[in-house]
Ligand binder design. Structure first.
Ligand code: AMP
Length: 364
């Protein structure tokens, strides 16, 4: 296979946050080097990488120097400008391809793409301007969520609309930017598929976590999710369809709602995808021999994918803001695997670390 990067090779990572940090640590364990490219800021990935470039994503001379130093480029952050990824792709392989970024960055493109693949999403309608609000509301109904098409994360850039609320006011609060209106889903739970596709088309998925969000931020992921085997298989097939549709290489996360459609019947609706390792997959570093981080490195370097089997049940909990002060108590717990990101400032709601609490494997 051409394009394989062996030990001693250098992986370029766009983005300097905790995901980049964990990717760099996994790469180091396989004898690979990492060079992180990120704009100025608190970049915890710099501390564990072989090299870093602190520059803006539109600093093309810095990008050229970065491209010359690495064998492959990947990203840990899906809001890297697509032009940055395309510029790099003319110089060095970029995996996954920039198209994955383009799809994931815009909720309208993402949901339309998913529907074109024949997969279900919550009902939605574009809201390009104020004139579209009325027709979108007529199509989607209430309650609904108005979300900015771009740059939304961790529940930011969203407004919920109940009957009687002014959609126009909500749109104004979101900054009068292009949005989508999405039906509010009554779900029994949220799950995600963390899957990997190799350069040879091989595909593997981890067991599915059940995810609980608070204030739009992931609070915890529990494995097993307590959903039926048939639903697990269906969710994995949906993620595979997306990965194949994008000719994807690397780890991909697909967040889904298990939606209650009445009569006790449940369906899977895709909420969003992330073209990268994902917070709801952090438990894999503690409960699997091969973590999502190593899996991503293997995939983008053309190595055989690792076995995603789980050796323990677990609950991964995010450590947010000042909760990090409890590090000592958590470190003292039995069967708890603590991971701290080395961030300097513990702002409220900021992801400072996570802990995965392990339990013996159940056979449900
Ligand atoms: P998002 O940024 O789109 O992933 O949204 C963050 C969280 O808000 C999701 O994980 C859900 O808990 C909730 N949410 C988003 N969209 C919907 C929806 N259409 N219906 C109900 N809850 C939603």
């Amino acid at each position: 296979m051409t394009g394989v990067i062996g030990p001693g090779g250098t992986i370029g990572i766009l983005g300097g946050g905790q995901l980049g940090r964990m990717l760099a640590m996994a790469a180091a364990r396989l004898g690979l080097r990492t060079h992180i490219f990120a704009p100025k800021g608190d970049n915890p990935a710099f501390e564990v990488a072989h090299a870093h470039t602190e520059a803006a994503y539109d600093d093309f001379s810095a990008l050229d120097a970065f491209a010359a130093d690495v064998d492959v480029v990947t990203y840990e952050f899906e809001n890297v400008p697509v032009e940055t990824a395309r510029h790099l792709a003319e110089r060095v392989p970029v995996r996954p391809e920039p198209r994955a970024l383009e799809v994931a960055q815009d909720r309208l493109i993402e949901k339309s793409f998913v529907q074109e693949l024949g997969l279900a999403t919550p009902k939605f309608a574009p809201v390009d301007d104020a004139a579209k609000l009325g027709s979108a509301l007529a199509r989607v109904g209430m309650p609904a969520l108005l979300k900015t098409r771009r740059l939304g994360y961790d529940g930011k850039g969203q407004a919920i609309l109940y009957p009687g609320d002014s959609a126009f006011d909500a749109w104004e609060r979101l900054g009068r930017v292009p949005c989508i209106l999405e039906a509010f889903v009554t779900f029994s739970c949220e799950i995600s598929v963390i899957a990997a596709r190799g350069m040879d088309g091989a595909f593997v998925a981890y067991d599915i976590p059940r995810n609980v969000h608070e204030g739009g931020i992931l609070r915890r992921s529990t494995v097993p999710a307590g959903i039926s085997d048939a639903m697990q298989r269906r969710a994995v097939e949906m993620a595979r369809t997306i990965a194949e549709g994008l000719n994807y290489v690397g780890v991909l996360a697909v967040e889904m709602f298990v939606a209650d459609v009445g009569n006790g019947e449940e369906v899977l609706l895709i909420n969003e995808m992330a073209p990268r390792v994902h917070n709801s997959g952090h438990w894999t570093e503690a409960a699997c021999a091969i973590s999502q981080f190593e899996q991503h490195i293997r995939a983008i370097c053309g190595w055989p994918l690792g076995n995603p089997a789980r050796h323990s049940d677990c609950v991964m909990e995010n450590i947010l803001g000042s909760e990090v002060e409890h590090w000592r108590a958590i470190a003292g717990e039995d069967n708890a695997v603590l991971h701290l990101y080395g961030k300097r400032e513990a702002r409220e709601g900021r992801k400072m670390g996570h802990v995965t609490r392990l339990k013996p494997l159940s056979h449900d």
